[in-house]
Design a protein around this ligand. Structure first.
Ligand SMILES: NC(=O)c1ccc[n+]([C@@H]2O[C@H](COP(=O)([O-])OP(=O)(O)OC[C@H]3O[C@@H](n4cnc5c(N)ncnc54)[C@H](O)[C@@H]3O)[C@@H](O)[C@H]2O)c1
Length: 285
């Protein structure tokens, strides 16, 4: 399979990442099928896409008609069978190995053998996800960054059995969506989250241990190290549940230096998951 053979792209999961991936693929001219388990999640995904396209139009980055054409290229569904004629599918469901493996089993049953199956996992093993399908050479990690329409980078992750053609196609597809890529081996957290998660957890601990207030920790890191967001604000933006899931995987695989901060666990237990629930470390309208 080569880039020219890809017309129809499937996205599994219409949440933060899935709807962003669907949007950028549609804006790049692909027909997209975006699938979630319930219609309310599909509709919420479309609401995010409408908002995001509206922002791009307001900033003159897209014309209204380009945005409308992109929107029209996305079909929303709860029916797995609608993914059957996709040439490439990106899975962006909950960061849980059992859930991801069950999605991959379904995809292997539903899609053609040559369909490339990508996972957007932040930290889980590509090799373990691929182990449940009969075509592990067609499975790779395409780790998009949040928010997908804005962030330029895609981490291409190489599983034990990922084929060379699949990798070449993964890079080419991401570049066709206007992204830049780098490659990481299938080791916990790959490049980005292996380094990012301890940074976020240390920011949370510094706050919890009274080193500084939330805003000062975020200001310290933005002004002191020239990053666009500090660790607490970034955690809210990613989703505290997503940060906790990723931190727990890294802790399990790499040991105590990756232990999630206590306050992160407490916030998630309280249901304060960041921007998406209206409150995390900060409050949102
Ligand atoms: N949020 C981030 O900043 C970020 C960044 C990079 C990668 N990721 C990764 O992307 C993936 C998705 O994260 P997210 O932030 O979009 O999560 P999210 O919670 O916003 O969305 C996940 C969606 O998957 C759906 N889902 C669950 N099981 C499903 C199934 N069997 N079939 C179809 N849909 C199903 C849920 O209903 C939900 O809508 C995770 O693996 C996460 O680690 C997240």
């Amino acid at each position: 399979m080569q880039l020219d053979d890809i017309d129809r792209v499937g996205v599994v999961g219409a949440g933060t990442m899935g709807n962003g991936i669907a949007q950028v693929a549609a804006a790049s001219g692909y027909d997209v099928v975006m699938r979630d388990v319930e219609q309310q999640f599909v509709s919420a995904g479309f609401d995010d896409i409408d908002e995001s396209l509206g922002r791009l139009v307001a900033r003159d980055e897209l014309t209204r008609s380009e945005a409308d054409r992109a929107r029209d290229r996305i079909e929303g569904t709860t029916d797995l069978a609608d993914l059957s004629d996709c040439d490439l599918v990106v899975e962006a469901v909950t960061e849980d190995m059992d859930v991801k493996q069950s999605v991959f089993e379904d995809l292997a049953d539903t899609c053609r053998t040559e369909t490339v199956l990508a996972t957007n996992t932040s930290t889980l093993s590509i090799t373990t996800i691929a182990s449940v399908v009969d075509r592990a050479e067609r499975v790779l990690g395409l780790h998009f960054m949040n928010p997908v329409p804005v962030m330029k980078g895609v981490e291409v992750v190489v599983g034990e059995k990922t084929g060379a053609d699949t990798l070449t196609l993964g890079h080419a597809f991401a570049k066709d969506l206007g992204k830049e890529t780098w490659e990481a081996d299938d080791k916990p957290g790959f490049v980005v989250n292996r380094v990012l998660m301890p940074w976020i957890n240390e920011g949370i601990r510094a706050y919890d241990e009274g080193v500084a207030g939330m805003a000062d920790i975020d200001r310290g890191l933005t002004l002191g190290t020239n990053v666009p967001m500090g660790p607490l604000e970034l955690a809210d933006h990613i989703g505290l549940d997503v940060v906790l899931d990723a931190s727990e995987t890294l802790h399990e695989e790499l040991g105590d230096r990756y232990k999630p901060a206590y306050l992160l666990k407490r916030k998630v237990a309280a249901g304060d998951l960041g921007k998406k629930t209206g409150a995390g470390f900060y409050e949102y309208d």
